[in-house]
Design a protein around this ligand. Structure first.
Ligand code: UDP
Length: 341
């Protein structure tokens, strides 16, 4: 299929592009490179530098390439930043999603895979979060994704669209060959922050909150390998082609505390880390662990790399071979951009 991937130069988007191409799809990436890296985009994908904030450009791109399905990754993703700058989140994550949906309706493109998040659930009322758990996000990031989900649901009802919403839990890792990996600037996520610290002479890591109601006082999260997450998108697209749509968790049913993640990173890197205990980060729920039953049964999703040590090992292979991320590979200027404005 001809698939438009917004945010296809980002961490998760670039891994999904790679899996789509490996599965035989034709991929057109739209990314403004505000966060992403041109070098992260698979060479067989067509790359267009552009933003979802521009409705005319979206429609023109979709028409020009005969797009049949859309995967929408382009979004801001930092909880703390969303608390400080909510407008930025509602603008990019919600308003720009509306632009994309409008262009899809205008061009009669009916298939969408949407990147959502476990942050839509808020504080869990059950041990394992199932997809029908009430949505009650604790921060503007989660709310921007919940609102987008609601808009998508309404578009599906009223305009005959078919959408699959994937709610990501905590994503980490890199391709096992370390050809692409994680390079956020600044980096805020736990695993890459620890691994980048492990590369320095002062390997200091911070724990945000040690008074949570968990077994060791630190937050518990459900970590998924980025390649497994990317493969879930291919399953979602195949599902849409077979009449299957809906909302699915992408998690592992297993939670690890911040302290456990730090221990695993010490084991994999062989570095002793200096741990600093700090106060809670605003907007963080104590525990987020997914039920992945529905995704496995309905979408036929299987994980290749289920254990945390493997996820961290692949992330470490990427970070230790690319200490400056994509800047270690090639300057962005070496690539030609298709500029559609
Ligand atoms: N965290 C931490 N120290 C850090 C970064 C994150 O203790 O330097 C904690 C954070 O408070 C959360 C967990 O690690 O409880 C996972 O955070 P991350 O930002 O990786 O993902 P999130 O769960 O916010 O999507």
């Amino acid at each position: 299929m001809k698939v438009l991937v917004t945010g296809g130069a980002g961490y998760i988007g670039s891994h999904a592009v790679r899996e789509l191409i490996l599965a035989g799809h034709q991929v057109i990436v739209l990314d403004d490179l505000s966060q992403g890296h041109r070098r992260a985009v698979h060479p067989d994908a067509i790359f267009i530098r552009g933003s979802t904030s521009n409705p005319e450009m979206l429609a023109r791109t979709m028409g020009l390439y005969g797009i049949e399905a859309v995967m929408h990754f382009a979004a801001h993703i930092e909880v703390a930043e969303s608390v400080a700058h909510p407008k930025k989140y509602y603008q990019n994550n919600l308003s720009n999603t509306l632009n994309l949906l409008q262009a899809m309706v205008d061009l009669k493109i009916r298939k969408l895979v949407f990147s959502s998040t476990a942050a839509v659930y808020g504080e869990p009322q059950t041990e394992l979060l199932e997809e029908d758990h009430p949505r009650s996000p604790l921060n503007p990031y989660g709310r921007s994704k919940m609102m987008s989900e609601m808009v998508i649901e309404d578009f599906c009802k009223s305009y005959g669209m078919h959408a699959t919403v994937l709610r990501y839990f905590n994503v980490a890792g890199a391709t096992p060959s370390a050809v692409i990996g994680e390079d956020h600037r600044p980096e805020t996520h736990l695993i890459p922050k620890i691994l980048k610290a492990a590369l320095t002479s002062n390997p200091e890591v911070k724990i945000y909150g040690t008074d949570y109601p968990t077994f060791d006082g630190t937050c518990v999260r459900d970590y998924v390998h980025v390649v497994d997450l990317a493969r879930a998108h291919v399953c979602a697209l195949e599902g849409l082609n077979n009449g299957i749509s809906g909302t699915f968790n992408i998690g592992s049913e297993k939670g690890f505390s911040v302290r456990q993640v730090i221990q695993s990173c010490e084991k994999i890197t062989g570095k002793k880390l200096i741990v600093k205990e700090e106060g809670r980060r605003p907007g963080d729920p104590a525990i987020l662990v997914a039920s992945s039953q529905k995704t496995e049964k309905v979408l036929g999703w299987e994980r290749l790399y289920p254990d945390l040590d493997t996820i961290i090992k692949h992330a470490w292979q990427w970070h230790s071979s690319h200490p400056e991320g994509y800047a270690d590979i090639l300057p962005e200027q070496e690539f030609q951009f298709y500029q559609i404005s």
